[in-house]
Design a protein around this ligand. Structure first.
Ligand code: ADP
Ligand code: MG
Length: 253
C-alpha cells in the first residue's frame, strides 16, 4: 500500500482580495517525484511557502509524516524533515562553497544553529567528509574553496541543492530548479535529479520546463487559479484536454 508523506487538505490563502489558494488538496506519495505545473500566478510558490511555514494559510491543514505542520515555525518544519530549494538561490555569498555546505550539515547534527563548539569540533571531520561527498554528487568538488558569491547562477542553484541534500531531508521541495538556466545547465540538473532519485527521497518539484517535468516526474498535478485541476501519471496528464486547455491554451504537451 502506498504511504502518503505529505497531505495538503482544503487549504485557503488570500492576499487582500486575491485568492491565491482555494480548496487546495494534494497528496504526495513517499519516495515519488511529484511535479506541480501550472501557469504563472497559479499559486505554486504560495503552496510551497505554506508547506514550509513561511506563510500561514487562512484555513486548512498540512500533514507531513502524520504530523500537523500548521502553526510550526520554518526551522521546526525543517527539523521534521522538509528542505526546500527556492526560486532565487539563498546562499551565503561571502563564504566558500565548502563552508556553505558545512553550515546546514552542522545545523542538522546539532539540531540548531546554536551548537556546542567543542562537541562540534570533534565531529567536524565527519561533517567535512559529508560535505565533500555531496559536493562530489553535485559536481562542485573542484571548486570547493571558491567564493559562493562569484559562482554562475546555475552553480548557485546546484549549491543550494547541495545545502539541502546534506540535511538528508525526507521531503525535498524544489521551486523551479532550472529557472533561468541555459539548456546545458538544465540537462546537468536533470541528471542530478535522476541521480538523487535513486536515494528514494520524496520530491515535490515546481517546474515550468516540460522537458524537465517529463524527464523526472512519477506523478504530475496541475495547479490553476489556486486549486488542483488535474492529477495523474505523466501520460494521463499529457493526454488530458482540460490540462491542455487551462495550462497551455490548447497547445500539445
Ligand atoms: P506561482 O508561483 O504559481 O507563479 P504565486 O504563488 O507566486 O504563483 O502567486 C499566486 C498569486 O498570489 C499571484 O497572483 C501573486 O501575485 C500573489 N501573491 C503571491 N505572494 C504574494 C504576497 N506576498 N502578497 C500579495 N500577493 C501575493
Ligand atoms: Mg512561483
Amino acid at each position: 500500500m502506498s504511504n502518503i508523506i505529505l497531505k495538503i487538505d482544503n487549504v485557503q490563502k488570500s492576499f487582500g482580495g486575491l485568492k491565491a489558494l482555494s480548496d487546495l488538496f494534494l497528496e504526495v506519495e513517499e519516495g515519488k517525484v511529484h511535479a506541480i505545473i501550472g501557469p504563472n500566478g497559479a499559486g505554486k510558490s504560495t503552496m510551497l511557502n505554506v508547506c514550509i511555514g513561511r506563510l500561514a494559510p487562512d484555513s486548512g491543514t498540512v500533514t507531513f509524516n502524520g504530523q500537523n505542520m500548521i502553526g510550526k515555525q520554518p526551522h521546526e518544519i525543517n527539523q521534521a524533515g522538509i528542505s526546500r530549494v527556492f526560486q532565487t538561490p539563498e546562499i551565503f555569498p561571502d563564504l566558500s562553497i565548502l563552508q556553505n555546505v558545512m553550515i546546514p550539515a552542522m545545523a542538522r547534527r546539532e539540531g540548531s544553529f546554536k551548537f556546542n563548539m567543542f562537541r562540534s569540533l570533534s565531529s567536524e571531520t565527519e561533517i567535512v567528509d559529508e560535505a565533500y561527498k555531496v559536493l562530489e554528487d553535485i559536481g562542485l568538488l573542484d571548486q570547493l574553496h571558491h567564493h559562493a558569491g562569484s559562482m554562475s547562477r546555475g552553480d548557485k542553484r546546484r549549491l543550494e541543492l547541495a545545502m539541502c541534500l546534506v540535511q538528508h531531508p525526507k521531503l525535498l521541495l524544489l521551486d523551479e530548479p532550472t529557472a533561468g538556466m541555459a539548456r546545458h545547465d538544465t540537462n546537468k540538473t536533470i541528471d542530478l535529479l535522476k541521480k538523487i532519485k535513486e536515494r528514494g527521497m520524496t520530491k515535490v518539484i515546481i517546474e515550468h520546463d516540460m522537458h524537465v517535468v517529463f524527464s523526472v516526474a512519477d506523478h504530475i498535478s496541475v495547479l490553476a487559479q489556486g486549486t488542483i485541476i488535474a492529477s495523474g501519471t505523466p501520460d494521463e496528464i499529457r493526454g488530458n484536454p482540460k490540462v491542455q486547455e487551462a495550462y497551455l491554451g490548447g497547445a500539445h504537451l
